[in-house]
Write a new protein. Structure first.
Length: 487
């Protein structure tokens, strides 16, 4: 196990290096990642903890092997992969700007441009500020940006007449161009303003399945409707869609917002010419699918039968717990809002109430919903929609624990996501179900036009014994029925 200073690679590249090296003969364990507390904990769990102190800006290379030769070969493979990344960026003739400001300076003033920032959070603010100063809208994919910096960026963007999407904006569709984790959906008259990535994906995919397209999906970052940010980007995005001739109605998608901000946004929406419907989650409105169905009714359209593969009817053992292992925070919130009135308290790392916070105990007994996409679990790691490792390990731990449960998961398809998530998940589910009775319910978010293909993934997951649903809300209710919970 070594720590290397002055070396950086993005988490997706490091995940690929880890996977490739793990497949080599004689290698028993590999973790190549930034030395964040979570990754150090994972290395310790592999028996490969560092001897001395580590800093998050160091590169952690932890390898277990059957003998010294296999270890040496694995280390050489890591070195070669990282060196190839450094060599493989551009041709000698290419000129690559190293900052957003420099890149925009090379464009003529009349050129259309949207800046995208995906650096570590501590560097994102300066890049986004340069884009705003150049009069360009910016999508900040980065997380870990302090909330006071987010407010400053959005205030500057309003003054400049541009939009800031994010920070922590994972999904957007601008004029048909998918950015981040977005799905292949048809163009159409419904605009989305989304303080939620997976929520926006769920809604846009259900609309597509109903034959309705989207004009734009403007992500605003998960904190935008918090009291601290005050809906700055949401208000600007609503105004932009109101002025867009291709947008005939707007749907606002959000995890539970601050009540005062929700009221202010509703007041502003009431002044627009385009009708706005809220799909902000709350105890009184816990269901994104119902919001989509309401929009279809507004448009005079029939609600389709949402696609599913119900799978075998296998009721849970009496007294079983709900175990929700989610990659999307909004879908996890939706699951808890639907389950809590039926099951009682549901503990989580993103709890509905502070006293239900799991902390770091991701293997806690009882009813639990975990958001593996939370910032604390993605620091220095690829998002679980790309790298399923942590969730697959959680499935294995659940099976090994012997606790009777119903397993509820989301699988999110689209650009940027795992090219075949059903392959690894089906194998993990097969191994788990061979050890214990474990009813599995999957909310599969995507479309048949996505690279992974909704139907192909659904068939593979159903073959592994999962009940599969296009709607997360329907999946949650099905899981509650398996638990024998009265609704």
């Amino acid at each position: 196990m070594t720590l290397r200073s002055g070396v950086y690679a993005d988490s997706v590249k490091l995940m690929q290096v880890s996977r490739d090296v793990a497949a080599r003969d004689g290698v028993t364990a590999v973790l190549v990642a930034m030395a964040t507390p979570l990754n150090l904990e994972l290395a310790a769990g592999m028996g490969l903890a560092p001897d001395g102190p580590a800093a998050p800006d160091q590169l952690l290379v932890a390898i277990g092997a059957t003998d010294d030769d296999a270890l040496a070969d694995a280390v050489a493979a890591v070195d070669a992969a990282l060196a190839a990344r450094e060599r493989g960026g551009t041709s000698a003739e290419a000129s690559v700007a190293r900052t957003i400001g420099a890149g925009l300076a090379e464009l003529p003033p009349e050129a259309s441009a949207l800046a995208i920032v995906s650096t570590p959070g501590q560097y994102a603010v300066a890049e986004a500020a340069d884009a705003i100063a150049a009069g360009r809208s910016v999508l900040v994919f980065s997380d870990g940006v302090p909330v006071e910096h987010e407010v400053a960026l959005k205030q500057a963007a309003r003054a400049a007449g541009v939009l800031v999407m994010g920070p922590d904006c994972g999904t957007a569709i601008v004029s048909g161009l998918a950015l981040g984790f977005a799905n292949v959906v048809r163009r159409g008259p419904v605009g989305l303003v989304a303080a939620s990535g997976t929520g926006a994906q769920q809604v846009s995919c259900l609309l597509d399945m109903a034959g309705v397209g989207v004009s734009h999906v403007i992500g605003v970052g998960g904190r935008d409707l918090s009291a601290a940010v005050g809906g700055l980007a949401t208000l600007d995005a609503l105004a932009a869609l109101d002025a867009d001739p291709g947008t005939e109605r707007v749907l606002l998608v959000s995890k539970p917002p601050a009540a005062s901000v929700a009221a202010a946004v509703a007041d502003a929406a009431g002044t627009l010419s385009v009708p706005v419907r809220s799909a902000a989650l709350s105890p009184s409105a816990p269901d994104l699918t119902a919001a989509v169905e309401a929009v279809l009714a507004d448009m005079g359209l029939d609600v389709p039968v949402w696609p599913s593969r119900p799978g075998p009817a296998e009721a849970a053992v009496p007294g079983s717990a709900l175990k929700g292992l989610y990659s999307g925070g909004t879908l996890a919130d939706e699951a808890m809002l639907l389950a809590a009135p039926v099951l009682g308290d549901v503990r989580s790392n993103i709890p509905l109430r502070p006293e239900l916070d799991l902390g770091t105990d991701l293997s806690a007994p009882g009813h639990v919903v975990i958001d593996f996409g939370d910032d604390a679990l993605t620091a220095g790691r690829a998002h679980p929609m790309i790298d399923p490792t942590l969730r697959l390990e959680a499935v294995d731990r659940l099976a090994a624990s012997g606790e009777q449960a119903v397993l509820l998961m989301d699988v999110v398809l689209g650009h940027g996501a795992d090219p075949d998530p059903a392959a690894s998940l089906a194998a993990a589910l097969g191994a788990a179900r061979s050890r214990t009775q474990l009813p599995v319910v999957v909310a599969l978010v995507g479309t048949d036009a996505d690279p992974q293909g909704w139907s192909r993934q659904a068939d593979a997951l159903a073959a592994a014994g999962a009940a599969v649903f296009a709607s997360n809300a329907v999946a949650v209710r099905y899981a509650l029925d398996l638990l024998g919970a009265a609704r």
